[in-house]
Design a protein. Structure first.
Ligand SMILES: CC(C)(COP(=O)(O)OP(=O)(O)OC[C@H]1O[C@@H](n2cnc3c(N)ncnc32)[C@H](O)[C@@H]1OP(=O)(O)O)[C@@H](O)C(=O)NCCC(=O)NCCS
Length: 175
C-alpha cells in the first residue's frame, strides 16, 4: 500500500523545536498553569511530587497551591509557546522565616532538558533576595532526580518515616 502523505509530527515534537521555556512568576489564584502541568505528569511523577498517589488535584489543593504572590509563598511557571511545562515554588511558615520548603515539577515530556534546573535557579535567587537562608525539601527515597537537583553543596539529608528530608543552605550562585 502506498502512503500518499508523510506522517505529521506529534504536537509535542513541534513545541520541542520551538524556543526554550520562558519563566515568569505565577499570579495569585492562577490555576490554569497548575492544571496544565498536572495533566502532563504521569502517575509516577505525581506520586514523586506529592509523595502519595494523587489522581487529581482537589479544590482545597488548588486553593493552597495558587495562594501565591506574597512573602510566604511564591511560585514560578516555565512556559513553552504559552503552555505550562513546569512549576517551582517556595513556601515558609511566616513572611520572615529563614527556611522555606521548595517543590518543583516538570511535565514528563520535558524531563531531563534542564527545565527543573532553570526553575530552581529562579526560586533560589528570589529566596536569597528575600532573606531565606536554607531550602527544605522532602522526597521519596527513589527520587534520584530531585536529590540531584536540590541536594546541593552543604546539603544535609536524613530519612524520616521512609521519606528523605533535605536541608540545603542557600549560597549566592558563583558569578
Ligand atoms: C525532579 C524534576 C522536577 C526534575 O526536572 P527536570 O527538568 O527533568 O530536571 P533537569 O533536566 O533540570 O535536571 C536536573 C538534574 O537532575 C538530574 N536528573 C534528571 N532526571 C534524572 C533522573 N531520572 N535520575 C537521576 N538524575 C536525574 C539531571 O542530570 C540534572 O543534574 P545535573 O544538572 O547535575 O546534570 C522532574 O523529574 C519531575 O518533575 N519529577 C516528578 C516530580 C518530582 O519529583 N518533584 C520533586 C518533588 S520536590
Amino acid at each position: 500500500m502506498r502512503t500518499l502523505t508523510r506522517p505529521r509530527p506529534a504536537p509535542w515534537s513541534v513545541s520541542r523545536r520551538a524556543t526554550g521555556p520562558t519563566i515568569r512568576e505565577l499570579g495569585p489564584g492562577e490555576a490554569g498553569p497548575l492544571a496544565q502541568v498536572f495533566a502532563g505528569m504521569s502517575d509516577t511523577s505525581r506520586r514523586l511530587r506529592y509523595l502519595v498517589g494523587t489522581p487529581r488535584l482537589t479544590a482545597s489543593m488548588i486553593r493552597l497551591l495558587t495562594d501565591v504572590g506574597h512573602a510566604r509563598h511564591r511560585a514560578w511557571v516555565a512556559e513553552v509557546d504559552g503552555e505550562a511545562v513546569g512549576i517551582v515554588r517556595y513556601a515558609r511558615p511566616s513572611a520572615d522565616a529563614a527556611e522555606a520548603e521548595v517543590a518543583v515539577e516538570v511535565v514528563d515530556g520535558y524531563h531531563g532538558r534542564g527545565v527543573g534546573r532553570a526553575l530552581v535557579a529562579v526560586a533560589r535567587e528570589a529566596a536569597l533576595a528575600a532573606g531565606i537562608t536554607a531550602l527544605v525539601w522532602t522526597a521519596r527515597p527513589e527520587n534520584q532526580a530531585v536529590r540531584r537537583l536540590l541536594g546541593g553543596q552543604g546539603a544535609s539529608v536524613r530519612v524520616v518515616d521512609g521519606l528523605v528530608e533535605g536541608v540545603t543552605p542557600l549560597l549566592p550562585l558563583a558569578a
